[in-house]
Design a protein around this ligand. Structure first.
Ligand SMILES: [Zn+2]
Length: 93
């Protein structure tokens, strides 16, 4: 492990960039991190729902879950996964 690694149990303050354990307020600058924390909690929960939906072949739920994840964290990987799930849906009908 290096000093620059950030664990999922840690966050980086968007204001001062200080890495720290999750809390509702930055230890260094006092920035309110509660919204960021709620988004991280929701994202973790959505990832669990997404993989459970895939395991159960519940593609509508997987798509809805991915849609919300892509709103929280719009990344190329999310867009790609969303396109895959939508293609499964169109092949299913
Ligand atoms: Zn800070």
């Amino acid at each position: 492990m290096t000093g620059s690694e950030i664990h999922v149990t840690e966050c980086r303050c968007p204001t001062c960039r200080n890495a720290q354990p999750w809390s509702d307020e930055c230890r260094r600058c006092g920035t309110d991190l509660s919204l960021l924390r709620r988004l991280a909690d929701e994202s973790g929960q959505l990832h669990r729902v997404f993989f459970a939906a895939l395991t159960a072949n519940d593609f509508p739920l997987a798509e809805r879950t991915l849609q919300r994840l892509s709103e929280i964290s719009p990344t190329p990987v999310m867009e790609l996964l969303l396109r895959f799930v939508k293609s499964w849906k169109s092949n299913d009908s």
